[in-house]
Design a binder for this molecule. Structure first.
Ligand SMILES: O=C(O)CCC(=O)C(=O)O
Ligand SMILES: [Fe+2]
Length: 280
């Protein structure tokens, strides 16, 4: 049955569900921003009155989140002691966060109603101009909430995914800006400039203050980025929507256990049937 979450998504401002000049102009703008620096933001994608219900929903299931702590370099690789100590591949930063898995969110709750709203997936696909584009079939991960508390947030890294689709739900009291160095490793790794970003001396960093209700599309494979350290008691909540290139992908059991602390029968049944793409 068609469903339009007009009470949650500001479809008056952003009519993503119907073809016409307004949708076409929005698409054009988003594509231009993505082409320019790999990042596009649709401010106020949600109506202000949608934020409360989404935050309450996240609060109600936050205790089921899977917390993980790690120390990572920007490339998610292991330490290589043969490299000089100031090489960016040898700079490790603490990361801590908690993923609230997709199956914690009810079908008729606000987060899923947004995801299932008519035209949502098609709009995202059109923005990204991806040809093979499917919702991640992992029942733990098609849409999740990433929760982070006071501390390091998500330190400097390059994504392994081609793109990330996020919806800001709640900010920490301070800190938590999204910072990125657009296209810093387009043709080569550019370790000198990467080192400057890590040192805080680069002039290539754009700082983005996202607010609850903002939708962000980001191509992070070539742009070093981080979530600046978070301060204060309030949790940061961001919803992450995952899309993949093949229709039946569910994620490898080991990786799923790492991210969500558990697996479902489907992960074990499908394990080994095909190559996997990492999603984070
Ligand atoms: O939490 C965010 O805003 C984005 C984090 C990020 O960079 C990622 O998930 O790869
Ligand atoms: Fe990222």
């Amino acid at each position: 049955m068609p469903h339009v979450a007009n009470d949650l998504i500001d479809l008056d401002r952003y009519p993503i569900h119907e073809d016409g000049p307004a949708r076409a102009a929005l698409l054009e703008r988003v594509r231009q921003e993505l082409a320019k620096d790999g990042c596009a933001v649709i401010k106020g994608f949600l109506r202000p009155e949608a934020i409360g219900p989404l935050v309450r929903e996240a609060d109600s299931v936050a205790h089921r989140g899977h917390r993980s702590f790690s120390r990572t370099n920007p490339y998610f690789t292991a330490d290589d002691p043969t490299l000089p100590t100031d090489d960016p591949r040898r700079q490790f930063f603490d990361r801590s966060n908690s993923f609230i898995a997709a199956d914690c969110f009810e079908k008729d709750g606000p987060l899923r109603r947004i995801h299932d709203s008519d035209g949502f997936d098609a709009f995202i696909q059109a923005c990204l101009q991806e040809t093979a584009f499917f919702r991640y079939a992992n029942p733990l991960a098609d849409v999740i909430v990433n929760m982070a508390e006071e501390g390091n947030g998500f330190p400097w890294h390059f994504d392994t995914n081609n793109f990330t689709v996020t919806l800001a739900l709640q900010n920490s009291e301070s800190g938590g800006a999204f910072e990125y160095a657009p296209g810093i490793r387009e043709d080569h790794e550019n370790f000198e400039e990467v080192r400057k970003v890590l040192d805080g001396t680069s002039d290539q960093v754009t700082i983005l203050e996202l607010e609850p209700g903002d939708l962000q599309l980001f191509r992070g494979r070539y742009s070093l980025h981080r979530v600046a350290p978070l301060k204060g008691k309030r949790r940061r909540y961001v919803a992450i929507f995952s899309y993949v290139e093949k229709p039946d992908m569910v994620g490898a059991p080991e990786r799923t256990r790492q991210l969500y602390g558990r697996v479902l029968p489907v992960h074990l049944e499908r394990a080994g049937l095909r190559g996997d793409t990492l999603l984070d």
